[in-house]
Design a binder for this molecule. Sequence first.
Ligand code: AHR
Length: 623
Amino acid sequence: LALDVASSGGNQSSSLLYGLLYEDIYHSGDGGLYGEMLRNRAFQGSSSGGAASLVRNTNYWQPVGGVSLAIDTSSPALSSSLPYHMRMDVPVGTTGTVGFYNEGFWGFDVDATKRYITSLYMRGNYSGTIECYFKSDTTGQILGSTSLNIDQTSSSGWVQTNSATFQPSKTGSDGNNTFYFMFDGSTLAGKSVYFNILSLFKQTLDDRSNGVREDLANALLNMNQKYIRLPGGNNMEGNNSPYEWKWNETIGSLQNRPGRPGTWGDINTDGFGLLEMMQMAQDLGLEVILGIWAGLYLDGEEISQANLQPYVDSVMNELEFLLGDETTTYGAQRAALGFPSAFTINWIEIGNEDYLNGGTNSYYSYRYMAFYNAIHAVYPSINLVSTINPNLVTSNGSSLDLHIYGNENYFVSLFNTFDQASRKYPVFVNEYAATNTGSNNNGQVGAQTLGMSCAEAIFLLGCERNSDIIVGSAYGAMIKNYNEAPDTVAAIKHTANEILYTISYYAQKLFAENMGTETLPVTVTDGGFGPVYWSATANSSSTILKLVNYNGETGASNAVLVNVEGSSKTTATLITLTAPNSTSVNNLPSLGGESSIISTTTVSRSADSFSVSFSNPYEIAIL
Ligand code: AHR
């Protein structure tokens, strides 16, 4: 195969082409990016009946020393948003230390090189110290401790302890650890005391309070993506009324955040709220595509046209909150919460997959335009993204968000899908993933094989070649908890103390890191697309050719010869990503780690061409 890369004649490419989707799915938020380490810290949760109330039991808390724990609703509650608290009943005659421990989100990462901070709210007659410590369930050792102080002699209401910062004395050998709160039993004998918003954070990204988990945030940072859609996915929609994501219930004091039932089987504490998400995006240098709820629940309930206005108003208030200056009502509220500067929003996506659950008709007959008109009137420069063909809803230049899931073969077949696409409106692929190998449609695999990652990469080449209209792409899902979702795909999976970087993670990272500002035409001799696929772009200093070998030839005798028109360069950098075979996967470090290998070499030009030879039938190469 011989490829001639032209020096001009392509299109301007999208500066946003590679991005991220944030959705709280399978503990990507709570117990994931959100740095709170205690699970069920404020007893939010759906009842066994579903979403009717927000009560849950004392799951994830275990009694120690003969006490009993129960959910309690006695007055006063800590706040009207958090009506449930945990009661600890201490039997008469108790001596020694008593208390409880938290199981965390499948354990805790205990790292002696990092700072941790803990605190709690308590009601009841107890003044003194509360001993807090990490215990390893593997070795039985105490790994680090601190103490909290509380004085309730003059209060019959809720009192918050001090916030204690400490560094563990030992690093846990694994994540199999628990966190204890222990009290003087004889002081409490025969009494009941109450707890809420118990909290433990490990040092967060940029040391933000109420911030995000440093290692996971750095995993995102290292992907070098350009934007993040938030809050995204169907978790924003809510299963049923009234449990859509509500921005104003995710800001301010944690006491005023009731939480809500998420759509992925877990409770959202909403501790990772709108400002925390925006702060994270800022810290990671990501442009935000703001997701707003468009009046459709997953169960098919939709807000009628007559009743939609309050929801539109709420979005306008949210935008004033994010974009308004301090003279505006909501801009002032943001400033009072510690964010004096307005954020920048250039993109807003109206809804999520509104073609599902019977939503299409109402979306294009009134829901989309109600939000569109209101936003466009006040913020005419913000680009609005529709979740169905924008031609059906407006002629005013909206963009489309396509979501594409399917098996490996399907992703290979999508390589040229955008070549003939209408240039009438820009397109995001704000969710995509090859979810299974070959032509398999039976569920998903737990981690992408090399073959699947190469298939996704072929699809991305197609996006890149058409990046005059394909504005962005984002993997669905970005992050999942390995313990909860071992069997479905995500770019990254985490446990309490480990991160699984899939082969797809590395493919996206390499693609984002090596992206030009314009596409370049490529002429081929001796063949066509398949089994090798390619795309070329350039910026002011480099020409970049991406190649994917998909069940192709290997070795020098089958090298791809690349001629770069007008280039006097005699050497080029070649980066390759591959793994032993097409079914290879990456895994958690403790389960064998990574099989994928990234190599960087320098190749020299011989005569007119650089020679790229694949070492593996399945391989991604970037010259
Ligand atoms: O990412 C998983 C889900 O897939 C998203 O919530 C939804 O938008 C899509 O159906």
